[in-house]
Design a protein around this ligand. Structure first.
Ligand code: ZN
Length: 469
C-alpha cells in the first residue's frame, strides 16, 4: 500500500519535474452521449461554416486582425486537451461583443469583442472558452439529445457514427448562425470556463481575466452583448469558481500584452464594425458575398458551396439493389442496404436536401399493376408528406440500361432561399422502374429550379450508369 503510494507520488513528481509548464490533465474534458463520430462532427461544423460568410460580415483570412486572431487561436488550441480538432479562427466585423464555435473547430470572434478587451488575456479568455466548447463537443451533444427525443429507436440505433449527419438534416437540426444548438446550457458554460481556465494557464495567461471579462460584459448590461449572453448564459459565480480552480494550480508568472495585441487594439479602435441591426438588414436583402471567397457566384438562389459543382471524376456505389456512378466530390448518405442520398456536402442545407439524388424503394398497393399506375401512386404518396409538390407535364416512358422506366418532372419548394428570404422553386426529376418482385425503385434528382439545367447533364450521366441488380 505504502510502496504503491510512494510510487504514484514519484511518478507525479517525475512528470512535474521533467515537463515544467507542459500540459497536465487537470480539468478532464467531459464527455457525453454523442451520436456523431469525430468525422461527422467535423463535417457538421464545416457544413455550417460554409454558410457563415454569407450571413455575417467575416473579415478575409488575410486581414491583419484575422491573422492575429488565427495566431492567438492556434497557440491556445495547441494547449487544448482531447481530440485534436482542425481548429480555425475567424473575425466577424460586428460591433456587438460575441464569439461562437461550430462543432469540430471553427471559432468566430466579433471585432466588438476585441474592442472591448482591455488586455490580451481577456481576449484569450473568450477564445479559450470557445475552444473548450469544441473540445467538449457541446454542440453535437445538445443535438444528440434532440435527435434522441425525435427519432424512433430503430433509426437511432442504426446511426451511431454513421448517418448522424443526414438524420440531423432530416430532423431540421443545424448549427447555422443563430441556431438553437449554438446556445449553451449553464452547465456547458461552467465546463467551458473551467477547461478554458486550464488552457489559459497553460498558454501563460491569467485565467482570472476570462471570468472578469464575462462579468464585465454582464455588468455593462445586455446592450452590447445580447447575443453573447444568450449563447453563453451566466452560470453564476464565474470569478469565484475560476479562482478556486486557479488555486489548485502551481503559482506562475503570467504574460503581459504582446506588442502585436497593442497594434491590433489600435487597428480595431479605428474600425467601424456593423451593428447587429445593419447585419440583419443585409441578411434580408440577400446576405453577404462571403468574405475571402474568390469568385463566389451571384445568382437568385442561396450560394451553394463549391462542392455542389460536380466533379467530372466518377465513383461507383455498389448497393445491394443497384449500382450507380456519382461525382467523386459528392457524398453518399446511407449504406448499401438502406435508402441512400447522394449529394454534395453543402447541398444538404437547413433541414432538407437541396441538391443531389435520393434513391429509394416503394412497395406498391398492387404489384401487378403497370409501372405507370405504380408511379402515380408513388407521386400521390410523396405528395402526402410534401403537399407543395406537383407534377408538371406528363410522365414519359424511358429505358435505363434496357430496363423500362417512367420519368416525371415535379415542382416543389426548395430549402434554398433567394436574396429576399423567400423560398426558391425546386425541380424534382422522378425516375421509376420495377424490379422483378414487383417493387418499385425510384430516383429523385433534386436541385433549385434555376440551377436544375446546370446539373441535368450530371444527373443524366448518373442515370445512364444506373443498373438494377
Ligand atoms: Zn460559452
Amino acid at each position: 500500500m505504502r510502496s504503491l503510494r510512494t510510487r504514484v507520488l514519484a511518478v507525479v513528481l517525475a512528470i512535474c519535474l521533467s515537463a515544467p509548464g507542459a500540459l497536465q490533465a487537470r480539468v478532464t474534458p467531459t464527455h457525453g452521449f454523442d451520436l456523431f463520430s469525430a468525422q461527422e462532427e467535423v463535417q457538421a461544423g464545416q457544413q455550417a461554416a460554409t454558410q457563415v460568410p454569407k450571413q455575417l460580415p467575416v473579415l478575409p483570412d488575410s486581414d491583419p486582425v484575422a491573422r492575429y486572431v488565427q495566431r492567438l487561436g492556434a497557440e491556445l488550441a495547441g494547449h487544448a486537451p482531447g481530440e485534436k480538432w482542425p481548429y480555425n479562427f475567424h473575425v466577424v466585423n460586428q460591433k456587438e461583443i460575441n464569439a461562437f464555435a461550430l462543432p469540430g473547430g471553427p471559432v468566430y470572434v466579433n471585432v466588438g469583442t476585441i474592442q472591448a478587451a482591455d488586455n490580451e488575456a481577456e481576449l484569450a479568455g473568450v477564445m479559450a472558452h470557445e475552444i473548450s466548447h469544441v473540445v467538449q463537443r457541446h454542440g453535437t451533444r445538445a443535438a444528440t439529445k434532440q435527435m434522441a427525443a425525435q427519432l424512433p429507436l430503430a433509426i437511432l440505433g442504426g446511426i451511431f457514427g454513421r448517418g448522424a449527419l443526414s438524420q440531423m438534416a432530416q430532423l431540421g437540426i443545424s448549427f447555422g448562425v443563430g441556431s438553437y444548438f449554438l446556445k449553451n446550457s449553464r452547465q456547458a458554460e461552467k465546463e467551458a470556463d473551467l477547461l478554458g481556465s486550464n488552457i489559459m494557464y497553460d498558454t501563460g495567461f491569467n485565467p482570472q481575466a476570462m471570468a472578469q471579462f464575462f462579468e464585465k460584459i454582464q455588468q455593462q448590461g445586455g446592450s452590447r452583448a445580447p447575443q453573447f449572453l444568450s449563447d453563453h448564459p451566466d452560470p453564476g459565480n464565474r470569478v469565484e469558481y475560476v479562482m478556486t480552480e486557479v488555486d489548485t494550480l502551481p503559482r506562475k508568472q503570467y504574460r503581459g500584452d504582446s506588442s502585436e495585441f497593442r497594434d491590433i487594439k489600435q487597428r480595431v479602435g479605428g474600425m467601424r464594425p456593423l451593428t447587429a441591426q445593419q447585419i440583419a438588414a443585409q441578411q434580408k436583402s440577400g446576405g453577404f458575398s462571403g468574405a475571402g471567397q474568390a469568385g463566389a457566384p451571384s445568382g437568385s438562389t442561396g450560394q451553394p458551396g463549391s462542392d455542389v459543382a460536380p466533379s467530372a471524376n466518377l465513383r461507383a456505389l455498389n448497393h445491394s439493389d443497384f449500382q450507380i456512378s456519382y461525382p467523386d466530390n459528392w457524398q453518399v448518405f446511407g449504406d448499401q442496404n438502406s435508402a441512400v442520398t447522394i449529394a454534395p456536402q453543402s447541398g444538404i442545407s437547413q433541414n432538407a436536401i437541396a441538391y443531389g439524388v435520393m434513391i429509394s424503394g416503394y412497395q406498391p398497393e398492387d404489384p401487378n399493376a403497370s409501372l405507370d399506375q405504380n408511379t402515380h401512386e408513388l407521386i400521390n404518396s410523396l405528395r402526402q408528406s410534401n403537399p407543395d409538390l406537383r407534377q408538371i407535364g406528363n410522365d414519359e416512358s424511358i429505358r435505363i440500361n434496357g430496363v423500362a422506366g417512367r420519368s416525371a418532372d415535379l415542382i416543389g419548394v426548395s430549402p434554398v432561399q433567394d436574396r429576399r428570404g423567400s423560398s426558391v422553386r425546386e425541380r424534382d426529376w422522378l425516375v421509376t422502374m420495377k424490379r422483378s418482385d414487383g417493387n418499385v425503385i425510384y430516383l429523385i434528382f433534386i436541385a433549385p429550379d434555376p440551377e436544375f439545367g446546370r446539373l441535368r447533364p450530371t444527373f443524366e450521366e448518373m442515370l445512364r450508369s444506373f443498373r438494377l441488380r
